[in-house]
Write a protein that binds this ligand. Structure first.
Ligand code: AMP
Length: 412
């Protein structure tokens, strides 16, 4: 898929409306505790300014209309993007102006007065319910902030919100495109999904099978090996008649687990489960632990990590792979006693990458795991996409991507 990006567009004299993902964590004093999302958007902003364009930034922050104050009112201060102005200015090296409402007359006056090289940040889009509803009139208003629309917020690309998708309808094909960050996410995901060099191994973990069913099904048509770890493995063991003690299980997914095993056999995909587990007598960092076959876990005990034989099996497959996708931890890696499996798999992925494999780590907790074990720069790509990346791997067409790929629809 060839992507239209900011790279080959000349922004001289243009005003670009960029949908960024500035949904950063703030502490109680509204200090930014992790600014990587702001840093991620800088290359796109800089390119536009360097060309001689101006920039209007729009984003959401939290869920202001859903997370209300105790008295039932909206906490405008807590969710204000004004807390990001200083840091964005400092990182960019350009003073950032702020409009305290994203569609007020004042906001439009400010955006239309921007000169080349200037940057304006709009207040939280989600102060308007129309944003998440994908309201066309709201999107059309937003579109008045820029001659060109740039989407650099991959993390919200799976939502057909006004600023992520609908707004694109108000731009011609030539005037809407991806920012660098979003293009990178799509290119890397496509490398795995559409042009994976074989053998292609998917490593799936985490708590629940139900969250990963669609990914497993989609990967059954693409991967050579699917390695299943984490809490979800025990639903498979129970489905095959194993004893799993008190391990995590989804009893309504037993039948489905058997179907997935059968489908894998039919399609010639090797679906590997962790042969042994680190078991614990309670879900606690200070629990007693032992090693057990994963299908003979005693009553009262639960599997909380994969053990040595499973680590060996999985690592062998990983080291022989040319493409690796990893989503979900192998155990309760947040507790030191149960982090060994996830750490060993992260190391195997790093080693395979060093040997020339392409590796993509995507989706919340496995991303946290590679950071925890300081291996983020030893894999080929760490996605920041979260839910959007998961839906992409489920084979879904993301509305935020489609909106840029397809020609403008007639205005309502
Ligand atoms: P997910 O969001 O589905 O990727 O799940 C991530 C969570 O699964 C992490 O918080 C892990 O602690 C948890 N997890 C992984 N393995 C297990 C397990 N064997 N039992 C219970 N929870 C687990």
């Amino acid at each position: 898929m060839s992507l239209k990006t900011v790279e080959n567009f000349d922004f001289k004299g243009k005003r670009a409306l960029i949908r960024v993902d500035f949904n950063v964590p703030l502490d109680k004093q509204f200090n930014i505790t992790d600014d990587s999302r702001i840093k991620g958007a800088l290359p796109t902003i800089r390119k536009i300014l360097k060309d001689g364009g101006s920039v209007v930034l729009m984003s959401h922050l939290g869920r202001p209309l859903k997370k209300l104050k105790e008295d039932g009112t909206v906490d405008y201060n807590k969710h204000s993007l004004k807390h990001l102005v200083q840091r964005t200015s400092d990182l960019l090296g350009v003073p950032v102006q702020f409009a305290d409402d994203c569609i007020s007359d004042k906001a439009f006056a400010m955006s239309s007065a921007l000169k080349p090289g200037e940057v304006l940040l709009l207040e939280n889009l989600r102060f308007y319910k129309e944003e998440e509803k994908g309201d066309a009139a709201f999107a059309e208003k937003l579109s008045k902030h820029g001659d060109v629309y740039v989407n650099d917020a991959f993390g919200t690309a799976h939502r057909a919100h006004a600023s992520t998708t609908i707004v694109a309808n108000y731009y011609t094909e030539a005037n809407k495109m991806f920012g660098y960050l979003m293009a990178d996410e799509v290119r890397n995901a496509d490398k795995v999904l559409r042009s994976a060099e074989k053998p292609f191994t998917a490593i799936l973990g985490g708590a629940k099978v139900s969250d990963k069913i669609l990914i497993i099904e989609n990967l059954l048509d693409r991967a050579n090996n699917i390695l299943i770890g984490g809490g979800m493995a025990y639903t498979f063991f129970k489905a095959m008649g194993g004893k799993i003690g008190n391990s995590l299980v989804e009893d309504d997914k037993l039948e489905l687990a058997l179907q997935l095993i059968e489908k894998a056999q039919q399609k010639g995909v090797q679906l590997l489960l962790p042969i042994d587990s680190i078991i614990a007598d309670k879900f606690d960092a200070a629990a007693n632990t032992a090693t057990s076959d994963s299908n003979h876990i005693p009553d009262g005990w639960m599997g909380l990590d994969i053990a040595n034989n499973a680590i060996y099996d999985f690592s062998q497959v990983i080291l022989n792979s040319k493409t690796i996708l990893w989503n979900g931890p192998m155990g309760v890696f947040e507790m030191d006693k149960f982090q060994q499996g996830t750490k060993a798999i992260a190391e195997a992925v790093a080693n395979a990458t060093q040997k020339g494999a392409f590796s993509l780590v995507g989706g919340g907790d496995s991303v946290a795991a590679v950071h925890k074990f300081n291996l983020a720069d030893k894999v080929s790509y760490v996605s920041t996409g979260g839910g959007a990346m998961l839906e992409y791997f489920e084979g879904k067409e993301l509305p935020g991507i489609k909106a840029i790929m397809s020609p403008a629809q007639p205005k309502a």
